[in-house]
Design a protein around this ligand. Structure first.
Ligand code: NAD
Length: 246
């Protein structure tokens, strides 16, 4: 049985991805900040699938010591890791002059350094087994700019180029690294006016977390075996327009 580690897997897109991997008979290690929520998710998914297939690890992805402890727990339960989904992320709103240094550092610590630390933890195992797939979750906000979201735009943009560099470095070890870039998605993180955002989509709606999970699973699994270094948008067409006014 293959194993996937999903950071930020106790809610939203990460949780939808955890369910999809479980449906395809993978072992799933879900990483999150909150112990209570994690225990609840572990119990619920364990009941629905098998407790042998599910593990929750509490870890802040921005802290190397917590990431290392998490890695040890995952390896102790499952032995090897074939795929990693770096989904944990936060969002900060505001124009640059309104963004505090603390907020700037925090979003880079979670979204960018977290992706670095968790990848760094699992890459040696993937190199050793000459096999692995990493999916980094960026955003349409990494592909273009938004109003008053400069810190998020910068952090999610960094993930795109980091992914290309990782794909170039680790291809020789049969490790693929890709980005899934969701558009506005119906999760706890998305606080803005859903109806307004829906109007900017050719499909007239925002995205559901299960639809992002489908792309994550596709590119993480052998179905995406020739895809590496790419950015896969899942946006309901949100980003394709030139912005021509209606
Ligand atoms: P979410 O808030 O449900 O998921 C984010 C998860 O990350 C949460 O479970 C949170 O607890 C966890 N997390 C935050 N900081 C963490 C840390 N330091 N260590 C470990 N876990 C941490 O929201 P979501 O929409 O499912 O977001 C998942 C990813 O998708 C994020 O990277 C987000 O930026 C990205 N994304 C979301 C949208 C959207 O509209 N919802 C759009 C584009 C991209």
């Amino acid at each position: 049985m293959q194993t996937v580690v999903i950071t930020g897997g106790t809610s939203g897109i990460g949780l939808a991805a955890a369910e999809l991997f479980l449906k395809h008979q993978w072992n799933v290690a879900v990483v999150g900040l909150e112990a209570d929520k994690g225990a609840q998710v572990e119990q619920q998914l364990g009941q629905q699938y098998s407790p042998d297939q599910v593990l929750f690890c509490q870890a802040d992805v921005s802290k190397a010591a917590e990431v290392e402890k998490m890695r040890q727990a995952v390896i102790a339960k499952f032995g090897t890791v074939e795929a990693l989904v770096n989904d944990a992320g936060i969002v900060i709103h505001g124009e640059l002059h309104e963004t505090s240094e603390e907020d700037w550092d925090r979003i880079f610590a979670v979204d960018v350094k977290g992706t670095y630390l968790v990848s760094k933890a699992f890459l040696p195992g993937m190199i050793k087994q000459n096999r692995g797939s990493i999916v980094n979750i960026s955003s349409v906000s990494g592909m273009a700019g938004d109003r008053a979201m400069v810190a998020y735009n910068a952090a999610k943009g960094a993930i795109l180029n980091m992914t290309r560099a990782m794909a170039i470095d680790y291809g020789k070890h049969n490790i693929r690294v890709n980005v899934v870039a969701p558009g506005p998605t119906n999760t706890p993180l998305f606080h803005q006016d859903k109806a307004k955002f829906a109007k900017n989509s050719p499909l007239n709606r925002i995205v559901e977390p299960e639809e992002v999970a489908a792309a994550i699973y596709f590119v993480a699994s052998d179905a995406g075996s020739a895809i590496t270094g790419e950015t896969i948008p899942v946006t309901a067409g949100f980003e394709i327009s030139t912005g021509q006014p209606m």
